[in-house]
Design a protein around this ligand. Structure first.
Ligand code: F6P
Ligand code: MG
Length: 451
């Protein structure tokens, strides 16, 4: 496989003017797919925004990273412009450089892709999941190979603004959750169940707020997310929240009940994750919640360790005494070990979850020790279910294939054209109501699979 993207041209207008056929992986080579729109329009916009941000913020970046960073910043901008050009002209994907621990895995993956496809993998011709993940990994490379900018996150300010812009909603939610967890005046299991359901749905709809779909534009939530739950219920196409509750209820009060939460977006969505996680440890539904964050800037708004830490810190310094008290309580959970924050390399690899057992057996084993794994968001759902254009009635448990570390709950608003587990006719009925039902984030699913 070559390291030179210029070696051969293959314009993307060689893509086929059809939708994604059934039972194949999503791919930009099908022009009537969301993958194609993403490759052609959305990703170049995201890269352009990164370049603009770096050019505009040059002075601030130099202030933060030192004057030696200026030269490296210019080089990084050049590399990102080149990356954008490679994408837009459908060049072959080149191998990653450097000594980071995931480089070997990535390059082996790219070589295998070439073997499977019989050609050099290309932006518009190879699996969408692989190419889009690759774009974020190449973006990371532009900083990783510098001396001064290794910790630079081009999306940091967007992620921070996403939290600060939703403080109105956060205040409302905080008042409710603080009272709930501090007073603990839910005495019977029915009360706890009701509260669990509420916060699960709030957490589900929190996933509407990702900055990758909106091309980096703000996505604001309603003022009172708890009041909205009822109105939104008709948009939940599959609701297996009851089964999620049952799994937690049978293990209630037991020791060593771990719940893994595979995080998605920073900002408001993260806040809703934390509210749910507080309920889990407060009402003995879990003895520990492990948050699984990303190791590198990912799909614009995904949570990395510094984003999580920054959020808790900012909230604990809030002028709103309820917000700061709740955040301090959460810092206490971190200190006591009720909450644990991890960042695992696997989530930023291009592999579907079904390959985890081979690629990262240690992580698979860790997840197996949990009673429940809550998987947030659209991209995680795509990886969980193989990123295939399934027949919409394909059973969820079958789409998971061999991925069975523990009981699984997927909470996702629909932002990509793949779905499984629907009833016969449900896809057609929903499409008749909204042609964009699969990609707009308007609809959602709570899907469950037991071990
Ligand atoms: O761009 C690919 C994609 O999966 C979209 O379909 C989706 O909008 C976005 O990335 C990520 O969404 P989420 O933050 O919910 O994973
Ligand atoms: Mg995301």
């Amino acid at each position: 496989m070559s390291n030179d993207p210029n070696e051969s041209e293959m314009p993307y207008d060689s893509c086929e003017d059809i939708g994604t056929p059934l039972n194949v992986q999503l791919c930009a080579k099908y022009k009537r797919s969301f993958a194609y729109v993403t490759m052609k329009d959305r990703l170049p916009i995201i890269l352009t925004q990164v370049i603009d941000h770096m050019s505009r913020e040059k002075e601030n970046i130099v202030n933060e990273y030192g004057k030696e960073a200026l030269e490296e910043l210019k080089i990084a901008i050049g590399k990102i412009s080149k990356l954008k050009n490679e994408l837009q002209t459908n060049k072959p994907l080149i191998l990653l450089e450097g000594n980071a621990s995931d480089v070997t895995i990535w390059n082996a993956f790219l070589k295998q892709l070439k073997d499977e496809e019989g050609n050099d993998p290309r932006w518009f011709h190879s699996a969408w999941l692989a190419t889009e993940c690759y774009m974020y990994r190449r973006l990371r490379e532009a900083f990783e190979l510098t001396d001064t900018l290794t910790s630079f996150d081009p999306f940091r300010s967007k992620k921070q603004a996403a939290l600060l812009d939703s403080l109105g909603t956060i205040n409302v939610l905080c008042t409710y959750v603080k009272r709930l967890v501090e007073q603990q005046n839910c005495h019977c299991s029915t009360d706890i169940k009701n509260e669990f359901m509420k916060l699960l749905y709030v957490d589900l709809w929190g996933n509407r707020c990702d900055l990758s779909l909106s091309g980096g534009e703000k996505v604001l939530m309603e003022e009172d997310p708890l009041q909205k739950i009822g109105q939104l219920s008709e948009y939940i196409l599959i609701d297996e929240a009851e089964k999620v509750w049952n799994t937690l209820a049978v293990n209630r009060e037991k020791s060593d009940v771990i719940v893994d939460m595979v995080l998605d977006n920073a900002g408001y969505e993260l806040y809703t994750d934390l509210c749910l996680a507080d309920l889990l440890v407060t009402f003995s539904l879990a003895s520990q919640v492990r948050f699984r964050a990303k190791v590198l800037p990912w799909y614009v708004s995904d949570v990395c360790i510094p984003d999580f830490q920054w959020a808790l810190q900012i909230l604990s310094n809030s002028e709103n005494s309820e917000v700061s008290a709740l955040a301090n309580r959460w810092l206490g959970h971190m200190k006591s070990g009720k909450w644990v924050l991890c960042a695992d390399e696997f989530w930023t690899l291009p592999h579907v979850f079904n390959q985890m057992q081979n690629v990262d057996p240690t992580l698979y084993q860790e997840l197996s020790n949990a009673v429940l794994m809550i998987i947030k968001g659209d991209l995680n759902y795509r990886k969980l279910t193989g990123d295939i254009n399934w027949e919409p009635t394909k059973p969820f448990s079958e789409a998971l294939s061999e991925f069975r570390p523990t009981n699984i709950a997927a909470l996702r608003t629909l932002k990509a054209d793949t779905i499984c587990g629907l009833l016969a006719g449900q896809a057609e009925d929903t499409a008749a109501k909204s042609s964009e039902w699969l990609i707009s984030g308007q609809y959602a699913v709570v899907q469950y699979s037991s071990l």
